[in-house]
Design a protein around this ligand. Structure first.
Ligand SMILES: Cc1cc2nc3c(=O)[nH]c(=O)nc-3n(C[C@H](O)[C@H](O)[C@H](O)COP(=O)(O)OP(=O)(O)OC[C@H]3O[C@@H](n4cnc5c(N)ncnc54)[C@H](O)[C@@H]3O)c2cc1C
Length: 520
C-alpha cells in the first residue's frame, strides 16, 4: 500500500464468508474495516452449515489472507475427481402401485408387448401382485411422483394411449408404460446391457468422470473459523442488526443505523463505503431494487453431514465406500430419475450429502414427520448404502433453492453488493462461496488501485470485472440444476441419462462453468 494515501473506512454488513473475505481484502488494501453482523457471535461447532467446494483460485486467495498456506490445506480434503453417475435403487415396489394409480383412467392395447415383459423377471412378482389387486386398493394414494423418479410430465406423455377401459387393460397399460417409456425399468435394461448392476437391488453406471479437478472440500464452519481467526476481533460488531443507510449529499460518506439486539439501542456508524455482504435476501439490495425477486428453482435440497468419527457407523461407511470407492477425493453427483444427489467426504470423518427434490415451493419448517418421509423416500430412490447415510445423519436440514436473474448493476454511489447479495445462485456449479471470495479480492484490488478520493472509478472497475462473470456463472448453474433434475429446458430436451450422448454427459462436468479456469 502507498503510505501517503488517505485511509478509507468500509462498513461491511454481514459477517459470513463474503463479509470476512471483504474484511481481509480491504485490510490488505489499506482500508479500515468494521463488520456488522446480527448473529450474536462467530458460529462454532460442526452443526453450523455443511460442506462446500473451493476452487483453486479461492484456495490461493484464502491462503494469501491467512498468511500460512498449510492452514487451509490442513482443514480441507481434496476433490480431485468430478464424477457423475447414475445410481438408483431398484426396490421400488411402491412406484409400481403409484404408477398404476396415475394411469388408472387410461387403457390401451399392449398385448404384443406382453411377451417381451417376461424377460424382466425382476418385476414378475410385482406384476403378479398388481394383477391380484382390486381397483379400490389404489384409492387415496398420493399422486405426487416427484420422489419416484417419474414426473407427471412424463406420465402425461403417454396420454395418447388414453381410452377408458377395464382394470385388466389398465394393468396391461401399466406394464406397457413401465416397459415403454423412460423409467427405472429402462435404467435396469441399460444397466443390464452395461453389466453395471449388482444383480440385486442397485443399478449404476458412470456418465462422466473428470480426474483433473482441483477443488478442495471444506466444512463451512471451518472455513468461517479460519477466515475469522485471522482478523482482528475488534473490527466485529456482533449482535447488531443493520437497519438503514443514507449517503451524504456530497457522496463523501455513508451513514448507517444499526440496532444492538441485546439492548435495543440504535446507533449510527459512518464510513466512506458500505459493503452489502448481507446474503441472498439482502435488505440493502432491496433498497435499490425493490422489484428484484428471488426465483424459486422448482426444487429443494435435503442436506446433512454424517459424523462417523466415533466408529458407530463403521459398517455403513464401509458399505458406502464400496459403492462410492473414490470418496475422500471425489465429488460424486448421482442422477436418479428427475432427481440428483451430491456426495463427498469432509475432513475429520464426515460425509456431506445433498439430495435435490422437485416440488412446489415449500414452507420452511423441518419436522420429524418430514424427516421420516424423506428417509422412506430415500430408500426407494437411492441405493441402500446412500439411503442409510441419509437416515443415520443427525439433524438433516432443507435448503429451498433460489437464484436471481443477474442484476444490471451492483453498486450505487458509495454502496456495493458482494457475495450472495450481488448474485444469489443455485449451488450446482459450486460457485456461491468461490464467487464471493473473488468478489472480495477484486474489490480490494480496485480500491487499492484507485484510492479513496473517488469511489466511482474503483467501483465501476469492480463491477465491470465481476458482473459479466458472475452473471454467466449464475445462469450456467441454473441450467445445470435443471438438467440434473430432469426439468424442461428452453434450448434442449430434458436430460435423459439412458439416451444421453457422450457430449451431453460431458456437458455435466464442472469444468464447463464459464470462466472456470481463467477468471479475468
Ligand atoms: C450460518 C451459515 C451456514 C452456511 N453453511 C453453508 C454450507 O454449509 N455450504 C454452503 O455452500 N454454503 C453455506 N452457507 C452459505 C454461504 O456462506 C454463502 O452462500 C456464500 O458463501 C456467500 O456468502 P455471503 O456471505 O454472501 O452470504 P451469507 O452466508 O448468506 O451471509 C450473509 C450474512 O449477513 C448477515 N445479515 C443479513 N442481514 C443482516 C442485517 N440486516 N444485519 C446484520 N447482519 C445481517 C447474516 O446473518 C449472514 O451472516 C451458509 C451461510 C450461513 C450464514
Amino acid at each position: 500500500m502507498d503510505e501517503g494515501k488517505k485511509k478509507g473506512k468500509a462498513v461491511v454488513v454481514g459477517g459470513s464468508i463474503a463479509g470476512l473475505s471483504c474484511a481481509h481484502a480491504l485490510i490488505a488494501a489499506g482500508w479500515e474495516v468494521v463488520v456488522i453482523e446480527k448473529s450474536s457471535g462467530p458460529p462454532t461447532g460442526s452443526p453450523t452449515g455443511a460442506g462446500l467446494g473451493l476452487d483453486p483460485l479461492a484456495q490461493e486467495l484464502i491462503a494469501s489472507w491467512l498468511g500460512r498456506t498449510h492452514l487451509l490445506h490442513d482443514s480441507t480434503l481434496p476433490l480431485t475427481i468430478d464424477q457423475v453417475i447414475v445410481e438408483v435403487s431398484m426396490r421400488n415396489r411402491d412406484n409400481m402401485r403409484k404408477l398404476s394409480k396415475l394411469l388408472n383412467n387410461w387403457s390401451g392395447t399392449a398385448l404384443e408387448l406382453f411377451g417381451e415383459l417376461n424377460f424382466l423377471t425382476h418385476w414378475k412378482k410385482e406384476f403378479e401382485e398388481l394383477e391380484t389387486k382390486e381397483e379400490e386398493d389404489f384409492e387415496g394414494e398420493e399422486e405426487d411422483c416427484s420422489l419416484l423418479g417419474v414426473s407427471k410430465d412424463r406420465v402425461s406423455c403417454t396420454s395418447g394411449f388414453g381410452i377408458s377401459g377395464s382394470r385388466l387393460q389398465m394393468v396391461q397399460l401399466v406394464k406397457l408404460f413401465v416397459f415403454k417409456i423412460p423409467c427405472e425399468v429402462q435404467m435396469f435394461k441399460k444397466a443390464f446391457e452395461n453389466e453395471a448392476t449388482d444383480g440385486e437391488n442397485n443399478i449404476n453406471w458412470t456418465l462422466t468422470r473428470d480426474e483433473n479437478f482441483s477443488f478442495r472440500a471444506a466444512h463451512w464452519v471451518d472455513l468461517h473459523s479460519l477466515l475469522y481467526s485471522a482478523l482482528p476481533p475488534h473490527i466485529f460488531l456482533w449482535g447488531q442488526l443493520y437497519l438503514s443507510f443514507c449517503v451524504s449529499n456530497d457522496k463523501s460518506n455513508v451513514k448507517l443505523k444499526t440496532k444492538i439486539l441485546q439492548t435495543g439501542e440504535i446507533i449510527e456508524i459512518v464510513g466512506e463505503l458500505l459493503i452489502a455482504a448481507d446474503g441472498c435476501l439482502s435488505s440493502i439490495r432491496r433498497n435499490f431494487l425493490p422489484e428484484s425477486k428471488l426465483r424459486y428453482s422448482g426444487y429443494c435440497a435435503w442436506r446433512g453431514v454424517l459424523d462417523f468419527s466415533d466408529n458407530k457407523y463403521l459398517e455403513a461407511i464401509t458399505g458406502l465406500r464400496k459403492v462410492y470407492p473414490d470418496l475422500g477425493k471425489c465429488l460424486y453427483f448421482s442422477l436418479g430419475y428427475g432427481t440428483h444427489s451430491v456426495l463427498y467426504e469432509l475432513l475429520n470423518q464426515k460425509i456431506n450429502w445433498i439430495w435435490y427434490i422437485n416440488q412446489p415451493e415449500p414452507e420452511l419448517k423441518v419436522s420429524s414427520d418430514m424427516i421420516q418421509k424423506m428417509h422412506e423416500a430415500a430408500e426407494k430412490v437411492w441405493v441402500p448404502e446412500l439411503a442409510r447415510i441419509m437416515k443415520e445423519t443427525a439433524e438433516p436440514f432443507i435448503n429451498v433453492i433460489y437464484d436471481c436473474d443477474p442484476l444490471e448493476q451492483i453498486f450505487w454511489d458509495n454502496v456495493v453488493l458482494v457475495g450472495d447479495a450481488a448474485h444469489p445462485t443455485t449451488p450446482h456449479g459450486l460457485r456461491s462461496t468461490n464467487m464471493t471470495i473473488l468478489d472480495a479480492a477484486v474489490l480490494g484490488k480496485c480500491l487499492e488501485k484507485w484510492g479513496v478520493e473517488s469511489l466511482l472509478s474503483p467501483l465501476e472497475e469492480f463491477q465491470s470485472i465481476r458482473l459479466p462473470v458472475t452473471s454467466m456463472q449464475v445462469l450456467h448453474s441454473r441450467k445445470m440444476g435443471r438438467i440434473k433434475q430432469g426439468l424442461i429446458l428452453s434450448d434442449r430436451k430434458p436430460f435423459d441419462p439412458k439416451v444421453a450422448t457422450p457430449e451431453e454427459c460431458h456437458d455435466l462436468q464442472q469444468k464447463n462453468m464459464p470462466f472456470f479456469g481463467e477468471v479475468p
